[in-house]
Ligand binder design. Structure first.
Ligand SMILES: [Zn+2]
Length: 267
């Protein structure tokens, strides 16, 4: 489903793409604005959403540019109605690098909010569908939304930024896979609370978002588990080969065991 996207342009080699559903979302905003105030309302609706998502792109670029300093390659940034997603070839295994790279995203939002507040006054996080009546109120609205975006992303629900920060902090003490398991499990509890909150307050988009986060967290943990397991097996094979070549006992090569679910690679 994530494949239904349109490529826009590249920023320092990073492909920016929008998911097909984002176009529908934009059309919905424009239509809502049109019903309020005709053509100018439609333009305001579309402009508000585009300004909001420009900030989402800047947040993702914060992650990307910091990651690129650590030698990571970014494949693309995908925009969806629920937010942006930067696709990296790999995630740094060094906790310090993951920490800096993750914090850079929300830091961009706080910087934008700070700048807008300097120009337009205190932030105001109103409904984005209510067309603001002046540029100043628009800037205050955008400042408010950037503050919310920054804070919301710090929610410790892996793989959200807050969850990644938690994983990086845990990984300074624990093996990487176990740190991920802890972060993912804590994330599931937080995401579960988020879903319940979304359903109780009829914020269905929030409930959908947390469902997506819940599934992504488990998915990322499992992928890492498979990867670590395959690496451990590969290493055991190489050691076996080295032993056999050195004229050691010709023991059986290590077997790849299915169903290793204990969260630790078993050579
Ligand atoms: Zn982020």
């Amino acid at each position: 489903m994530l494949g239904w996207s349109i490529n826009l342009f590249r920023i320092r080699g990073i492909q920016l793409a929008v998911h097909f559903s984002f176009i529908l979302f934009l059309a919905w905003f424009a239509y809502d604005g049109y019903q309020d105030a005709g053509v100018s309302g439609a333009l305001w609706g579309a402009a508000t959403l585009l300004a909001f998502f420009t900030c989402v792109v800047l947040h993702e670029l914060g992650h990307c540019f910091t990651g690129m300093r650590f030698g990571l390659h970014v494949r693309r940034i995908l925009l969806m109605p629920i937010g942006g997603m930067a696709v990296f070839d790999s995630i740094p295994r060094k906790p310090r690098e993951e920490l800096l790279m993750t914090i850079a995203g929300p830091a961009v939002n706080f910087a934008i909010a700070g700048l807008l507040c300097l120009v337009a006054g205190y932030p105001h996080a109103g409904n984005v569908l209510d067309s603001p009546n002046s540029l100043t109120s628009f800037a205050r609205l955008l400042a408010g939304w950037n503050l919310l975006m920054g804070i919301f992303n710090l929610t410790p629900a892996f793989p959200m930024d807050g969850g990644r920060i938690l994983r990086a902090l845990l990984a300074t003490r624990l093996p990487y896979l176990r740190a991920t398991k802890w972060a993912a499990n804590i994330g599931k509890v937080v995401a579960g609370l988020g879903i319940a909150y979304g359903l109780f307050t009829s914020s269905y988009l929030l409930a959908v978002l947390f469902t997506f986060i819940l599934l992504s967290g488990e998915n990322e943990y499992r992928m890492l588990q498979r990867q670590e397991y395959a690496e451990a097996h590969w290493q055991a094979m190489m050691e076996h080969l080295a032993r056999t070549r050195a004229g050691g006992p010709a023991d059986e090569p290590p077997l790849l065991e299915p169903g290793n679910t204990e969260g630790e690679p078993r050579p």
